[in-house]
Design a protein around this ligand. Sequence first.
Ligand code: SF4
Ligand code: SF4
Length: 434
Amino acid sequence: MKPILPANMHMRPGEHPGAVDHVKMQHQAQGIQPADHTQAGSTAMPPEIAQRLQQAQGGHPSHHPGSAPAEHPMMDYKADDVHHSPFLIFYETTRACDLVCQHCRACAQSKAHPNQLSTEASKAMIDELAKFPKKPLLVMTGGDPLKRPDIYELIRHGKSKGMRIAMTPSATPLVTAESIADLRDAGVSRMAISLDGADAKTHDAFRGIDGIFERTLRIIDDTHAAGLPMQINTTITKRNFDQVDAIAELINRPGVVLWSVFFLVPVGRGLREQGIEPGQYEKVFAKLWQHAQTKNYGVKTTEAHHYRRFVLQQKGDPQANPAALAGKPKVQRAPIGISDGKGVMFISHVGDMYPSGFLPINCGHFPDQSPVDVYQNNETFKSLRNPDGFTGKCSVCEYRKVCGGSRARAYAVTRNPLASEPDCVYIPKAWNHR
Ligand code: SF4
Ligand code: SF4
C-alpha cells in the first residue's frame, strides 16, 4: 500500500491558504511573544545562536554505545552533506505487521503487499544506497521488518556494502532473545522500539492488543542483554500528553541511549484531532529539555523541529550529551538541521521514494530511478533543503536553518510542503514587524 494521502485527511476550515495568518492571530491573542535575543526585523541568525550551533556540531568521535563507531564514514557527515547524501534512509521493508496501532502511518496489514520489493530488488536498491557520497545510516522499518523471512539476508547484504544498520521491529512474539541475537549477528547495530504509555493500559490501548506493554519492556531488557543499544520511540498525542515525565522515568534503564519523541502528523491512521495543541508542544519541550539534562539517554524530537528552537532559547545545546556522559567527548548525533528531504529519505515497500515516511509526495520509484538521483536532483527534495524558499513565518524565522518546522505537518494541514509549521507558537520578529 502506497503512503498516499488517506481518505480521512482534510483541511480544517480556515487552514489554507490563511493558516499562518490564523496561527499568528491566535498567538497574538494569547500574548505569546518571541524571544528577545534577536534584532527587530532581522531574518539573520543571531551570532550567539550561530555560536552555540557551531559548538553543538563540533563534536568528536566518542565511545557512547549509541553513537556511530569512529571508523564509520557516517562520522564524517557534516551539515552541508545534506545536499548530496541523506544521513538517514528509512527502508520500509514491508507493510505486514501483526499489530493494529491507532496512529499507524503505514496503515499496516497482516499480509505483505504482492508488489513488495523482492529479495533481489531490495538488494539492488541497497547497492544503490551504498553509492551516496556519504553512506547513510539505513533504518530497516515497516510494518514489521521481522515479517520478512529474508530480513537477515538483507541486513547482511547492507552490512557487506559498508552500511550501518538500525532496525525497528514491532513488539510481537517474533522478537525474542534469540531473534535479537540473530539480528545483532547479521549486522544490526541499533534497535528501536515504540513505547507510547507509562502503563499497560495506555500503551496497549495505542497498540490495539493487550500485553504489548510488558513485552516491550522485556524487549528493551533483552536488547541490552544482547549488547545492542536501544532507542525508544514515543508518539505524543492527547492520550499520553500527561505521561511525559512518567515515560521518561520508565525508560531510564540500562541500554536505552536515545529517546526519540514523535509528534503526530495526520497521515495514515493518525488523525489531526489526536494531536496536541501548539501551546502544549512548548510544555512538552520544557519537560524533554529537563530530562535531556538529567537522564542517561539523549533526547531528540521527530516532526517537531521547533524543539531545537526551544532549547536554543533556553541557551542550551539541542544535541547535548546525556547526563551520564557529562564532561566526556560529545556524542555523534545527526546534524542539527536535518528534516524531511534534508538529510532524510524514505523508500517504501514497493520502491516509491519520499522525503520522509510522513510526507506523502512521491518523488520517484525504484528500480526506474536511482535513489541517489532522486535525492540529489528531484525538485521537491531540493526545495525542502532551501528554507529561504518556505512561505509564511518559517521563511523569515532566524531559526529556519536549524528548525524549519515539520514539512510533513505543513503538507498534511495545508497541502503545501513549504508552508509554515502549523503547530509552532513562535513568531519571528521579522514576521511580527511586517
Ligand atoms: S507496530 Fe508499527 S507498523 Fe505495526 S501497526 Fe503499529 S505503528 Fe503500524
Ligand atoms: S517559526 Fe518555523 S522555523 Fe521558526 S521556530 Fe517556528 S517552526 Fe521553526
